[in-house]
Design a protein. Sequence first.
Length: 136
Amino acid sequence: MAPNTPVESQSKVSVEHIEIDERGEAKLAGHRIKVKHLVELMRGQGYTAEQLQSEAYPHLSLSQIYAALAYYHDHRAEIDQRIKEDAEFAEQERQKQLRDPQYQELLSRMESRWATLKAQEPSRGEPSQNDSLPSP
């Protein structure tokens, strides 16, 4: 029986398709596409690797996508933390924008203009799904 040998660090992923950018984030070599972007699409849209390749990134090969996903699985905690931090930052910025008086003024002008345009539109006797501006 062979003696137990310690498992090496989880860095056995083929890295020929992966590089680390100046901010320390893993991305596809020769592209600006970060590993976390592929992960977010898979989570948010429910894409498979094949759908990522055919629908979102047709210029990438499946081996590039699988290398990115393998890298993610070997560095899951770190990448998940970056995704969480990015989401928190985006929400903070969105909240700042909602409180910004200039944004509120712009939104008010847009709503006023929308109401004016709707009033000028000839009535067709049918309700429209687009009668109000979408919420920010």
